[in-house]
Write a protein that binds this ligand. Structure first.
Ligand code: HEM
Length: 388
C-alpha cells in the first residue's frame, strides 16, 4: 500500500518515526493534496532545502498550520517569516543586541532559577517535570532577558500558551487571539518603559539601536517566546524521559556526559520537528516537479533519524556522533538562540544530576504530548524523585 502521511493523525503524533522511515524510502517527495503540502524527509533533501532560501521562501512563515501560514505571519513571527533583504536587516540589528556576552551573563541566573524549581520538585517528591520544571525555566529566562519582572511572569506564561497551541483545525480560538493581543500590549508597554528609562537589558539595547520600530520590536519579542521557549522545554523533557527509558545512557548522563545528553536528545526527539517553506519557482525532487507557490513541509524530525547519516537511528546513544543533526536549522534562518538553548540545557541538566538521585521514576501513563505539528514534545511528564 502507498504510504499515507497526515501530521494531524493522533497515531502519527504519538510516534511519527515509522511513517518517516517509509517516507524516506518510498516517497522522498510526498504530496498530501488534501492538506495542501509536499513533504521532504531525507537528511540530504532537508539540509539542501533549508539552505536554499532563494527558492524556498520563508515569507509565509515556517508553520504548517493553515491558520498560521500566510503573508501575515511576520506580524507575530518577525524575521523568521521574512526573506532578504528584510530578514538580513532585522537579524543584523537583533544580533547586535543578542550578543554572546549577554547570553553568557545569564548563566548564574539560569542556575538559580533551575535550583529553585528542582528544590520545589524534591520537596514534593512527585511532580510534573514538563509543566513544573521544563516549561517554566526557558520562559523565565526569556522574561529575564526581556526585562519582564518576576511578578508578571505567570501572566505572560498564560497568555503566551496560545502562540504554540491551536485548535485541532489549525485555527487560533477567539480567546487565544484576545490573550495574544493583550500580550502584545504588555510587550509594547515594556518597550515604552525602556524608551523612557533604558536599562541593561535586551529591549533597551533594541530601543537604543534606533533601527527598529516599536511594532518590529514587539514582533521580535513574540518570536523569542515562540521560538525559544517551548523548544527548550521539550529538549529538557526529552532528555529526562529518554534517559529514564535507557538506563545505561542514564548512567552515562549522570556520570557527566551532559553535553552529549543534550545533543542526542535534540537529535532523537527533536523539538523543532518541521519547517514550512513556499516555493518561489518549480523544483524537481526525485523526478517529481513541485509547482511554484507550493507549501513544502521540511521534516527535521525525519532527517535526524535518517539511517544513511545516523547508524541505528532509533537507538538513543549518548556515544554517537551527532554533528550532522539538523536540530537548529540550516542557512540564514539558523537558530539565533542555539547557544542560549545549549546553555540552558547544560545548566539545567547539571543541576538535576547534582540534586536528584539517578533512580528517578516516570509515570508513563501520565505522559501527554503536544498536538502541534511544528514543535513536538511533552506537555505532561509525571516524575518521582529523591535527593541525590
Ligand atoms: C532546543 C531549543 C531550540 C531549538 C530546537 C530551536 C530550533 C530552531 C530552528 C530549527 C530554527 C530555524 C527556523 C527556520 O529556518 O525557519 C530556529 C530559529 C530561531 N530561533 Fe531557535 N531553537 C531553540 C531555542 C531557541 C532559543 C532559546 C531562542 C532565543 C531565546 C531561539 C530563537 C530563535 C530565533 C530568533 C530564530 C529565527 C532566526 C531567523 O529567522 O533568522 N531559539 N530555531
Amino acid at each position: 500500500m502507498d504510504v499515507a502521511y497526515n501530521p494531524y493523525d493522533p497515531g502519527v503524533n504519538d510516534d511519527p518515526y515509522p511513517v518517516y522511515e517509509r517516507l524516506r524510502s518510498e516517497a522522498p517527495i510526498y504530496h498530501n493534496a488534501e492538506l495542501g503540502f509536499w513533504a521532504l524527509s531525507r537528511h540530504a533533501d532537508v539540509a539542501a532545502a533549508l539552505g536554499d532560501s532563494a527558492r524556498l521562501s520563508s515569507d509565509h512563515g515556517p508553520m504548517l498550520d493553515p491558520g498560521a501560514w500566510g503573508p501575515q505571519a511576520r506580524t507575530y513571527l518577525s524575521f523568521v517569516a521574512m526573506d532578504p533583504p528584510e530578514h538580513t536587516r532585522m537579524r543584523a540589528i537583533v544580533s547586535r543586541a543578542f550578543t554572546p556576552r549577554r547570553v553568557a551573563a545569564l548563566e548564574p541566573m539560569i542556575r538559580q532559577i533551575a535550583r529553585g524549581y528542582i528544590e520545589e520538585g524534591l520537596e514534593r517528591g512527585t511532580f510534573d517535570f514538563a509543566r513544573d520544571f521544563a516549561a517554566k525555566l526557558p520562559l523565565d529566562v526569556i522574561s529575564e532577558l526581556m526585562g519582564v519582572p518576576p511578578s508578571d511572569r505567570a501572566d505572560v506564561r498564560r497568555k503566551s500558551d496560545v502562540l504554540v497551541n491551536y485548535d485541532p483545525d489549525g485555527k487560533m480560538s477567539d480567546k487565544g487571539l484576545k490573550s495574544l493581543l493583550s500580550l502584545g500590549e504588555y510587550y509594547a508597554s515594556i518597550v515604552a518603559d525602556r524608551q523612557a528609562a533604558p536599562r541593561d537589558d535586551l529591549v533597551s539595547a533594541l530601543v537604543g539601536d534606533g533601527g527598529l520600530s516599536v511594532e518590529e520590536i514587539v514582533a521580535f519579542l513574540f518570536l523569542l517566546i515562540g521560538a525559544g521557549s517551548e523548544t527548550t522545554t521539550h529538549l529538557l523533557s526529552a532528555a529526562w524521559y529518554w534517559a529514564w527509558r535507557n538506563p545505561a545512557q542514564r548512567a552515562a548522563a549522570f556520570g557527566g556526559a551532559i553535553a552529549q545528553w543534550a545533543e542526542e536528545s535534540l537529535r532523537y526527539d527533536t523539538p523543532a520537528h518541521g519547517l514550512a517553506r513556499r516555493l518561489t519557482e518549480p523544483i524537481e525532487w526525485h523526478g517529481v516537479l513541485v509547482p511554484a507557490g507550493a507549501k513544502v513541509w521540511i521534516l527535521i524530525g525525519s532527517a535526524n533519524r535518517d539511517e544513511s547519516v545516523f547508524p541505528d537511528p532509533d537507538l538513543y546513544d549518548l556515544g554517537r556522533d551527532t554533528s550532522k543533526a539538523i536540530s537548529f536549522g540550516v542557512g540564514r534562518h539558523y537558530c539565533l538562540g542555539g547557544p542560549l538553548a545549549r546553555l540552558e540545557a547544560r545548566v539545567a541538566l547539571e543541576e538535576l544530576t547534582k540534586a536528584v538521585s539517578m533512580d528517578y521514576d516516570i509515570d508513563q501513563e501520565g505522559i501527554r504530548r503536544t498536538v502541534h505539528t511544528n514543535v513536538r514534545g511533552m506537555l505532561r511528564l509525571p516524575t518521582t524523585v529523591t535527593p541525590a
